[in-house]
Design a protein around this ligand. Structure first.
Ligand SMILES: Cc1ncc(COP(=O)(O)O)c(C=O)c1O
Length: 385
């Protein structure tokens, strides 16, 4: 039995439902951020992140900084690109626009390679773009939360290493880390940024990232200093290295309670093989996607190879609107999200299926949500429901 007060099940693509133990970690008594017990917790948390990202290269560098996923864009833009550097931004929805905006804020020159809504840029066009210009970075939104489109990282990284080996491969994994397979070393990634509130299963408030030795060297070889104080690797790199070496260190005060929550959630995630976790997400996703098809509905991402495993974006039938459907689903106990991609926002809803809602056998969040969706659509007059 959960110790949480009864509440509607939150099945949006982040924040997600929390495990009781993760939530209880937020109630940890106050600790000094430079005292030995907290430094040990922070150090272990960083080491566990290496396992989650599947890197055992000692040159890889994890960062955990107070902030949200957006701070990851600032880390990349402030530290790895210099003013005037070209960046190729692969666009599969809303979040690439924001990443490009952030890069531009720091003076980089993003070029967006845009796919039709519901799809992702294809290898031949990426290859063509890489051959036309020298890009300092290539960015990929692993799962675009506005469309539920999954971009396969491995072949893109292989392509970059073959065609433009100096280009750093940077992944926005805010909606994928913890729910989609990521092999940082094997796929030769240079940066993956994420946040605490989605597949990692922790309350919002932490920017979590992993950068390769190559990315750190790129930072160290900069000609100009980073144009950010809070997001500067110069300030955070020694702190992260010291924490992992269990040495007290200070740049800006971390949140001990959030770090405890992340420590608990990572301990839980790593207590079972990661392959099982990803398989559970694939299985839940297939169940949702089959129910959507049985209801006669279409996904925003039509190609199964480009469909995320932690969320599904579902077009509504012609006669059903978001402002009618979502409040009724809430009354029935489940919270889904509305559309986000501005060109189609009124036409679809988003169903998040990540973390404990998928992995905890004591819950039946997904099965229940499917029944609630069917019943809500039927109330709205959809025939197939
Ligand atoms: C793919 C992606 N990138 C970046 C962000 C920004 O993260 P945050 O809202 O935590 O700042 C989000 C937020 O949902 C996201 O889904």
């Amino acid at each position: 039995m959960s110790t949480q007060p009864e509440h509607p099940t939150l099945l949006i693509p982040g924040p997600i439902e929390f495990d009781d133990a993760v939530l209880q970690s937020m109630g940890h008594f106050s600790q000094s951020h430079v005292g030995a017990p907290f430094v040990a917790t922070f150090g272990e948390t960083l080491s566990m992140l290496r396992k989650l990202f599947q890197t055992d290269d000692p040159a890889s560098q994890p960062f955990v900084i107070s902030g949200s996923g957006t701070l990851g864009w600032d880390l990349v833009s402030a530290n790895l690109a210099e003013p005037g550097d070209d960046v190729l931004v692969l666009h599969a929805g809303y979040f690439a626009d924001s990443f490009a905006d952030c890069l531009q804020t720091y003076g980089a020159k993003p070029t967006q390679l845009k796919a039709p809504i519901g799809s992702t840029p294809q290898l031949p066009e990426i290859e063509k773009a890489l051959k036309e210009r020298k890009y300092k970075l290539l960015t990929i939104t692993h799962v675009d939360t506005s469309t539920g489109v999954l971009t396969d990282l491995k072949p893109i990284s292989e392509l970059v290493h073959r065609v433009s080996p100096e280009t750093l491969v940077i992944v926005d994994g805010v909606c994928s880390v913890g729910s989609e397979e990521i092999e940082f070393d094997k796929w030769q990634l240079d940066g993956v940024i994420t946040a605490s509130q989605k597949g990692v299963g922790c309350p919002a408030g932490l920017s979590i990232s992993m950068f390769s030795g190559r990315a750190i060297k790129t930072f160290q070889n900069r000609k100009t200093p980073p144009a950010s104080y809070f997001a500067s690797f110069k300030n955070w790199l020694p702190i992260m290295q010291n924490y992992e070496a269990k040495k007290p260190s200070y740049f800006a005060t971390p949140s001990p309670q959030l770090i405890h929550a992340l420590h608990t959630s990572l301990t839980q995630i790593l207590s079972r093989p990661l392959s099982e976790r990803f398989a559970a997400h694939r299985e839940a996703s297939q169940k949702v996607k089959k129910a959507v098809a049985d209801l006669g509905l279409k996904q925003v991402a039509p190609n199964p190879a480009e469909q995320a495993n932690g969320m599904t974006a579902i077009y509504l039938p012609e006669n059903v609107t978001v402002p009618v459907l979502l409040p009724n689903l809430l009354k029935k106990g489940v919270i889904f999200a509305g559309g986000l991609h501005k060109e189609i926002a009124t036409k679809y809803i988003r169903f998040g299926h990540m973390g404990v809602s998928v992995t905890d056998p004591k819950r039946d969040d997904i099965g229940r949500a499917i029944e609630v969706l069917k019943s809500g659509l039927s109330d709205a007059g959809h025939q197939k429901a």
